[in-house]
Design a protein around this ligand. Structure first.
Ligand code: PNW
Length: 452
């Protein structure tokens, strides 16, 4: 049996604004790129939208009580930029500020630590339609101004800040394959967008450290990454696995922790990869107080047989092991990959403080009974947490774990049919009910993981 989790380990659950809030035309909120995306026929499964979502905007008190029922120590939520600045620029919207004040105060009153993400993909639509969104270098300044408004209004109480959620998704899914808003398909845009995302993250951190040091909080970036095991032990497959991790995670983490993009990306991409100026590099290097990681699954990497294909810059062949159990997303359940990824991060970035800011699974839950009896989800979390503990035992400085998600919600292009919640949200009535996994997670938190 492994070691214990550290005494002050942070046990939490996570959500994101567009996935749960609803009330998209209320409280002075401007539209976001996801409001536009969900209007395009064929983009979202079943034509679902975030118009109502979990109606969290109107059920805030009830949801805060739900968090108490789960015994959460921390809650990770995101602030909708278009609630704070409806057009992405200009003065703050008092009603938007008031909503997050109620959320933050409600958390603190219940002894739950707020972890606020500034950007979880709901870019103000005006910034996209009028200014090209993340393709425009000026967004670094706009994001900085938005971040400052958040620090000014909430930083007296929020001590854990996340700048961006998963810039890989905004870049690749949003501008490479068009699965996410703004739904663009291009082979070069992801690198431009990624560059501006990294600079925007660093700008927000610079502002926080220069102007709000007295608030005494921590601020960091959250990246998502799957793990890659080499398909075989051959040198070529091992190199492919490494290269794949570099194109996935080091793309965003190397600039922040090492000061530049990975060498392999610079070699393969040449002048398609933007270059940091000296001043930018200085701003980006060291701009994260902790390493935020969202992790769900693992794939097998091998050296492709044929020549490089267009749009496949990393040149890696990815497969899954047929014996792996799959979740509803078709993502393999591979807890050992979680441990190995934590060790990979620990080694490459010189032993950073790590938080797993998302981990969880979607399950096919056709009816209430199946949903409430979600033993497979419980097993998923248990098996991943065991490997987290093993990683800690092997020296990784993992300080916390957030389950994705507090409740079933709008799973982006997959709509409401893909459910990640520890709590069931009844489709018609929106009634919340803790699933078996939620009751189990409460016990985990109570005994600081001794029961996993
Ligand atoms: C994350 N991928 O999204 C997000 O942070 C959440 O909002 C989302 O609900 C959750 O994971 C579950 O999907 C991802 O294709 C979306 O690798 C896609 C990928 C990874 C993460």
């Amino acid at each position: 049996m492994g070691e214990r989790f550290p005494e002050d380990f942070v046990w939490g659950a996570a959500t994101a604004s567009y996935q749960i809030e609803g009330a998209v035309r209320e409280g002075g909120r401007g539209l976001s790129i996801w409001d536009a995306m969900t209007q395009i026929p064929g983009k979202i499964l079943n034509g679902d939208t975030g118009d109502v979502a979990c109606d969290h905007y109107h059920r805030l008190e009830e949801d805060l009580d739900l968090m108490v029922e789960l015994g959460l120590k921390a809650y990770r939520f995101s602030i909708a930029w278009p609630r704070i600045q409806p057009d992405g620029k200009g003065a703050s919207n008092p009603q938007g500020v008031a909503f997050y004040n109620r959320l933050i105060d409600g958390l603190l009153k219940r002894g739950i630590e707020p972890w606020a993400t500034l950007y979880h993909w709901d870019l103000p639509l005006a910034l996209q339609t009028e200014c090209d969104g993340w393709l425009n270098r000026e967004i670094v300044e706009w994001f900085g101004i938005y971040a400052r408004i958040c620090f000014e209004n909430f930083g007296d109480r929020v001590k854990k800040w996340i700048t961006l959620n998963e810039p890989w998704c905004s870049s690749v899914l949003g501008h490479g394959i068009g699965l996410h808003a703004p739904g663009r398909v291009d082979c070069n845009e992801p690198y431009v967008v990624a560059h501006h995302l990294i600079l925007s993250h660093a700008k927000a951190v610079e502002i926080y450290r220069n102007e709000f040091a007295a608030q005494n909080g921590q601020i960091g970036l959250v990246n998502n990454c799957d793990f890659r095991f080499p398909l075989t032990d051959s040198a070529a497959d091992r190199a492919a696995a490494e290269r794949s991790l570099e194109f996935f995670l080091a793309w965003f983490a190397d600039p922040v922790w090492k000061g530049d993009y990975p060498a392999v990306m610079r070699e393969i991409l040449g002048d398609r990869l933007p270059v940091f100026t000296k001043a930018e590099r200085a701003m980006v290097l060291g701009s994260s107080d902790f390493f935020g990681l969202n992790h769900y699954t693992t794939m097998l990497a091998s050296e492709p047989e044929g020549a490089r294909e267009d749009g496949e810059d990393q040149h890696v062949h990815l497969t899954v092991d047929s014996t792996w159990e799959k979740t509803q997303m078709d993502w393999g359940v591979v807890p050992a990959g979680c441990r190995e990824l934590l060790k990979w991060i620990d080694a490459r970035y010189d032993h950073p403080i790590i938080y797993i800011t998302e981990n969880g699974c979607a399950l096919d839950e056709p009816d209430v009974q199946a949903a409430l009896n979600d033993t497979a989800r419980q097993e998923y979390h248990r098996s991943y947490l065991r490997e987290c503990r093993n990683a800690i035992e092997q020296g990784v400085d993992l300080r916390g774990y957030f389950a994705w998600s507090l409740m079933d919600n709008f799973e982006w292009s997959f709509g409401y049919e893909y459910r990640f919640g520890l709590c069931r949200v009844e489709p018609e009535t929106l009634e919340r009910t803790p699933k078996a996994s939620a009751r189990w997670y409460r016990e985990v938190i109570e005994c600081n993981g001794e029961n996993i």
